[in-house]
Design a protein around this ligand. Sequence first.
Ligand code: KG4
Ligand code: ZN
Length: 397
Amino acid sequence: MNIIGIESSCDETACAVVRDGREVLSSVVYTQIPLHRPYGGVVPEVASRAHIEKIAGVIAEAQKQFREKDPGGKIDAVAVTYGPGLASSLIVGLNAAKGLAAGLGVPLIGINHIEAHLHTPFLFDSGASAATPDPAERMPALGLAVSGGHTSWIDMPEYGKYEIIGQTLDDAAGEAFDKAAKLLGLGYPGGPVMDRYAKAYWLKHDPSDAAGLKGLAYPEIGKLPDELPVFPKGHPRPGSAALSGLDADLCVSFSGLKTALLRYVQKLTGASKIGDSFAEAAARPDGAVPPEMIPPVVASYQEAIVGAIADRTARALRRRAYRALIVGGGVSLNGRLRAKLAEVAQAAGVELMLAAPKNCGDNAAMIAGLAFYRRNLVGEEAIKVDVHPSLEAGDEP
Ligand code: KG4
Ligand code: ZN
């Protein structure tokens, strides 16, 4: 069964064709990052306009690549992200998908973007020497979704069933990276740059040598200098209303990190130079922080985020006899997080399932792939579906 998937929830316009849920026949991603970079974050109006401009071309390109792979191949269904995400962006993909499904005369399948991130480790490129396992063989699994908008621990008793058991109460992990990078003047998006600076610090390498660093294995990490700020571990108070009934041990708060960073940068540079609030400081960061201080501060900040994620993951893995730890989302590209999660999974005796780097960020192969297993919202029902900007994993529309 060939499913064509469309994704437009945030700042990537994407389309892909996936066979039988795992074999990627074509995958096209147009990223809007350069459009949003001058603003230091995603601007919804800019995003929706770019989706409108690009979506037809992206769909045509994915179909062309599919036909090259499988000249006589037929599309059996259209899948589309209907949430969570920016309403004005989701609607562009959803309408394109409805039109495509009607035109092809095939069913439409609505897909949850977070659940789709957890499908990415099961995707493989058509023609690759090794296929990936059937997801059913890896259940029950613990899902960890770490992206710019979400950080959640998700219980997956069987494939297609999702229950959030832990999450961030405020900023997502990717957001915590992006905000710190803005404060330090490292540009947008911050995650990849922060990852590079931290790795350069541990390897005593030049942080600007991106290509050189990429080729180097992540080292064992040492001790951080004492004069660095102690970043909060982000343990929420048990019983806090913000937990909405979730266990405090499996939740995290990342918002205190950026305040600790702001205070440290103010101390380092003099508050008058950088301003008093986070917004002020982030608005004029250039040269405010001594360049030699940036790598150790970034390494320490990253350690706080990675440490908190690893700690909650280890706790969740102790709760139930899982077979696998399935990780998805842009932050799962982080070198230190990947290394740390490997330790956590090994200690728990579960298989760590990470996606290929090109499938970690937003893409449509994850939408088309998961749709094969999630044919719960199909045809007439799906044609009527509207966007659900605040959808959570496990929610049914
Ligand atoms: O999954 P994604 O592409 O989009 C969302 O659904 O949010 O995730 C984007 C997030 C951004 O916050 C970005 O800074 C972060 O993933 N990210 C990273 C790395 N690469 C991307 N964070 C840490 N380390 C990285 N290497
Ligand atoms: Zn995403």
